[in-house]
Design a protein around this ligand. Structure first.
Ligand SMILES: Cc1ncc(COP(=O)(O)O)c(C=O)c1O
Length: 394
């Protein structure tokens, strides 16, 4: 039997990254008490009003095909949401409804690149990006960042990675895994480079509503960059509804019809009752959303306090998102070795930094998705383990 090369390109990109996580899940299923700090599945409840809307819309028969671009009310709600955050008017013609951020990123990449093109991605990067770019046929080009600079990608590093084949810069702010939030000045400097080299910017903003002190800035909100930006997001994290698969791409109006063609080839419309629920998510105030933001910040603080002051591990307060990178380089173990040891010796599951690219080497990523008391206990164990490794090495 013959297959198209896409599945060969994708094979092997996923499994190794998730090996520690999958083993943690397997041990949990056998009854072991494992503290899972590996993936970004929100643990707090979603807004009740959003769930109620999905149910009542289903009962009201909103179960037929939705319009390919998205239901008019959903497009309006997303456009209003984006207009409100920047003060720049966004119209429904500049919005495509998607089945979450991942589907939006895939739609955007399929529309913009093909085999022979290059996509620049700041490293460390979200674990699915390699697969997304590989699926499109384009070549994945990591752009190095440094932990000493809080993993902020610089305009200079991006410019150094550009070749005549570069087509797209795939940004992610706030970043998973690093928690870096790009400032307006950084976005503008990066935007200048994209302007000079005529690159599209795809900005994954799934954590846009989860910044701590640094204000969120999107290239889509910068007037001079909007014509080359596709901003992709969802209510997966902001409203703790990843299973709803409800998101969007915001883009220049002339790009939308091209995205719709690709989206229709993939899905031919989503679920109207979920789109109705997204309208409620984005247009009403929800106490649950506020509680979540407070909880993630508190947990990040708890983690940083528990880790810092050690000569064996360190962590910076993230600027946004729901993850913290913990630097374990002083133990002389790789992130992967550290993560396996933590699982084997202490029943704690974390992600090795290397799962997010070479830039994550010597780190582990911790998800802020358990109660503060559990997180504190886990961090104390991590610290003690790291300190004993350093002491043994002396
Ligand atoms: C950076 C980043 N982008 C996209 C996604 C996927 O988002 P969605 O559930 O909206 O597809 C995640 C999920 O963890 C993420 O961390």
């Amino acid at each position: 039997m013959r297959f198209a090369p896409i599945s060969d390109r994708l094979a092997g990109l996923g499994a190794a990254k998730w090996a520690v996580h999958n083993e943690g899940l397997r041990r949990s299923s056998l009854g072991q008490q494992v503290i899972m700090l590996s993936i970004g599945e929100p643990d707090l409840p979603p807004p009740a009003k959003v769930i109620d809307q999905a149910i009542s819309s289903m009962r009201a028969g909103r179960t037929k095909y939705a319009a390919g671009q998205g239901e008019p009310e959903a497009l309006e709600a997303i456009a209003r949401h984006l207009s409100k955050r920047s003060g720049n008017v966004v119209t429904p013609e500049e919005v495509l409804y998607t089945a979450g951020t991942q589907n939006g990123l895939c739609t955007a990449l399929y529309t913009l690149v093909q085999s022979g093109d290059e996509v620049l991605v700041p490293d460390p990067y979200y674990a699915t990006y390699e697969g997304l770019v590989a699926a499109s046929g384009a070549t994945f080009v990591p752009v190095p960042t440094s932990p000493e600079n809080g993993f902020h990608v610089t305009a200079e590093a991006i410019e150094r990675a550009i070749t005549p084949r570069s087509r797209v810069l795939l940004l992610n702010t706030p970043s998973n895994p690093t928690g870096a939030v790009l400032s307006e000045q950084e976005i503008d400097a990066i935007g200048d480079v994209c302007e000079r080299h005529d690159l599209w910017i795809i900005c994954d903003e799934v954590y846009a509503d989860m910044t701590y002190d640094a204000p969120f800035c999107s290239p889509f909100d910068r007037k001079q960059l909007r014509h080359r930006t596709l901003a992709v997001s969802s209510i997966s994290k902001s409203h703790a509804l990843p299973g709803f698969r409800a998101g969007w791409v915001a883009c220049p109006a002339e790009v939308t019809p091209r995205l719709v063609l690709v989206a229709e080839a993939m899905l031919f419309g989503s679920q109207p009752f979920i789109e109705d629920a997204l309208v409620v998510a984005l247009t009403e105030q929800h106490d649950e959303v506020q509680r979540m933001r407070v909880a993630y910040r508190e947990r990040a603080q708890v983690l940083v306090e528990a880790i810092n002051g050690s000569d064996a591990v360190s962590a910076r307060m993230p600027e946004g998102g729901m993850f913290v990178m913990v630097d374990v380089r002083a133990t002389k173990l790789s992130g992967q070795e550290f993560a396996w040891k933590l699982l084997d010796d202490h029943n704690i599951g974390v992600m090795p930094g290397e799962s997010f690219g070479l830039g994550g080497a010597g780190h582990i990523r911790i998800a802020l998705t358990v109660e503060a008391s559990v997180l504190r206990k886990a961090c104390e164990i991590i610290r003690t383990m790291a300190e004993s490794l350093v002491a043994k090495a002396k």
